[in-house]
Design a protein around this ligand. Structure first.
Ligand code: PHE
Length: 445
């Protein structure tokens, strides 16, 4: 059987499609808003540059040499303790868990594409009521759109690397970029643009505490799709003789660029027409529609196009969240792609219904533990714990477990003199930084 491989541009677009997701356009602006902007953005940028980029290269390398699903790659490449390293491959499960809330959010976005065409809320208060009533009592609406997301994502996965994943990304990613750049260009013409720039780039260190720091680090992993095997699984289908460093650079660059563009655009609109960088996950669903309303009819058009772009970003990330486990069942159990895709799809779809219900009045109490409901727990456990842990495992794996010559033979020609710096950062800087993050997470420091 001929193995399907991405074309060079197909790989970059698909991997960027994975990285650019709800994390960039929905999550980043609201957490940056929550933690006061500038200082948080700086911590995030530094993490991306110093830790994210190194791990991106490492994760690509494991997939590129391994050429198989994550579990098999870890097992085959480990020079010792193969049976233990195999478990690192089960990081792919984090992707399915992320999907249990990710797909629900994509559902909200679909709903907003449809409703923004005809009606936008005339005030932030009204927008809030609309959003909250969908969230807390719109069970059937959410269920319907969650189902649409599930069908779309599963269908693309059944079509495989070339005809499904690559094709979708080659169409959706350039469209997404054009939409965002167009809206960004418009935002630069508004007075409030400079306010948005100030907000995002003037650090206010008083807002940074350890939680802000952890959130920034966790987000750097989440937004770059690191630590769960998405990048690794795509890299297993990279063309032979690819330049990993260049590819990693493009993905990191485009992901960061799009987060910044989206943030500046949203904050400009919010300062100009709305209530400023309002806080919380409702940012794009509450404050933004109210701001679009103030623009008049062009606002409706902007809103629809914006939510379409957001849906595209979410869908291209979704397929990469599910693909690692699909690949696992194909490689290890000889399942057909269709069977593997539908099974994994059903897995996140059904658990996703619990996430969805955990926001609905009447179910909420039963589906909450501590101060978080099921939906929030999934987000916390994956983005907060599993991805950083997965990233750490990958750094240790490439830094200590794969023979250095093997790593060197591929990356030395690509990294040149920077090879030793990169290797050092994987072996020492990343583990120490992650260790501190973990300690903080469990409340020791
Ligand atoms: N990077 C995606 C986003 O920013 C989410 C994601 C995480 C995708 C992990 C794949 C793997 O929304």
């Amino acid at each position: 059987m001929k193995i399907a491989r991405f074309s060079r541009i197909g790989f970059i677009l698909a991997t960027t499609g994975s990285a650019v997701g709800l994390g960039n356009i929905w999550k980043f602006p609201y957490i940056a808003g929550e933690y006061g902007g500038g200082a948080f953005v700086l911590v995030y940028l530094l993490t991306v540059l110093m830790i994210g980029f190194s791990i991106m290269i490492a994760e690509m390398l494991i997939g590129y040499i391994g050429r198989k699903d994550g579990v098999t790659s870890f097992e085959e490449l480990a020079s010792k303790n193969k049976h233990l390293w195999k478990f690192a491959g089960f990081q792919g499960l984090a992707g399915l868990l992320i999907m249990t809330f990710y797909s629900v959010v994509i559902g909200w976005i679909f709903h907003y594409v449809v409703t923004s065409l005809t009606s936008l809320p005339s005030s932030v208060a009204q927008a809030e009521t609309t959003f909250m009533s969908m969230l807390n009592s719109g069970m059937w609406t959410q269920l319907f759109y969650h189902t649409v997301a599930f069908v779309w994502i599963t269908y693309v996965l059944t079509r495989g690397i070339k005809g499904g994943i690559e094709k979708m990304n080659i169409i959706l990613m350039p469209t997404l970029m054009i939409i965002l750049l167009g809206m960004f260009a418009y935002a630069t013409t508004l007075n409030s643009f400079s306010q948005a720039v100030d907000f995002m780039f003037t650090p206010d260190w008083s807002k940074i505490d350890s939680t802000a720091f952890i959130t920034a680090v966790g987000h750097a992993f989440f937004t770059l799709s690191l630590g769960m095997g998405a990048i690794m699984t795509y890299s297993a289908s990279m063309e032979k003789n690819s330049n990993l460093v260049k590819n990693a650079f493009w993905v990191v660059f485009l992901d960061t660029f799009i987060a910044i563009i989206a943030g500046l655009m949203l904050f400009t609109f919010l300062y100009q027409y709305g209530s400023g960088p309002a806080k919380g996950p409702g940012l794009v669903f509450i404050s933004l529609p109210a701001a679009f309303y103030e623009m008049g009819i062009i606002g409706n058009i902007f809103a629809v196009i914006f939510f379409i772009a957001l849906a595209f970003a979410g869908l291209t990330s979704s397929v990469s969240l599910v693909e690692p486990m699909v690949q696992y069942f194909i490689d290890r159990f000889n399942w057909s792609r269709v069977k593997a895709s539908i099974s994994m799809g059903l897995f996140f779809y059904l658990i996703g219904i619990i996430s969805l219900l955990s926001n609905i009045d009447g179910f909420k109490e039963t589906l909450s533990w501590g101060e978080k409901n099921f939906f929030d727990w999934m987000d916390y456990i994956t983005a907060g714990i599993m991805l950083p842990l997965g990233g750490l495992l990958m750094a240790i794996f490439v830094g200590y477990v794969i023979e250095k010559q093997r790593v060197e033979s591929i990356l030395k020609p690509q990294l040149g003199f920077a090879f030793e710096t990169w290797y050092f950062s994987l072996r020492y800087i990343v583990p120490v930084a992650m260790f501190v993050v973990m300690l903080n997470l469990i409340g020791v420091i």
